[in-house]
Design a protein around this ligand. Structure first.
Ligand code: ADP
Ligand code: MG
Length: 137
């Protein structure tokens, strides 16, 4: 299982790229960790891993962004989601029919079948990335 410490954003992106290379349609990936822990940086690499050259920005003010590649990636950020709000509005099932879905603040949704990655700020530029639960397939 992945458990690494990265020392630069590029290392976190590289880890994301490797993870993205494994993704297939229907995969749900939840990312947990505080602001600045590296979740969006990881997604930037992850989209490269599916062959997308799109610019990945933080979707904090936008619930979902879609990137096209070998597998479509729906990038979701639940940071601003009201506690207890309906995830139905997200159209999660439809997005999973179309590709993979990666969710920042994914611990706010409850999905025992999803992969779960945790990001921890260790001070300075050091970040710990841990795969708490792998893809279930
Ligand atoms: P999050 O989406 O978890 O809020 P971001 O990926 O948006 O986090 O931001 C991480 C910030 O930390 C960026 O400014 C990035 O440049 C910086 N950073 C420094 N070191 C690292 C590292 N090892 N991995 C990821 N980001 C890092
Ligand atoms: Mg983010």
């Amino acid at each position: 299982m992945l458990d690494i410490v990265t020392n630069t954003p590029a290392e976190t992106e590289a880890a994301g790229q490797q993870f993205g290379e494994r993704l297939a349609k229907g995969d749900l990936v939840l990312l947990e960790g505080d602001l600045g822990a590296g979740k969006t940086t990881f997604v930037r690499g992850l989209t490269r891993g599916v062959g997308s050259s799109a610019h990945v920005a933080s979707p904090t003010f936008q619930l979902v962004r879609v990137y096209l590649g070998r597998v479509q990636i729906a990038h979701v950020d639940l940071y601003r989601l009201e506690v207890g709000a309906e995830l139905v509005d997200l159209g999660l099932e439809e997005l999973l029919d179309q590709g993979a879905v990666v969710v920042e603040w994914g611990d706010r949704m409850d999905s025992p079948e999803a992969a779960l990655l945790s990001f921890e700020h260790l001070g300075g530029d050091r970040r710990r990335l841990r795969l708490m639960r792998d893809l279930q397939r």
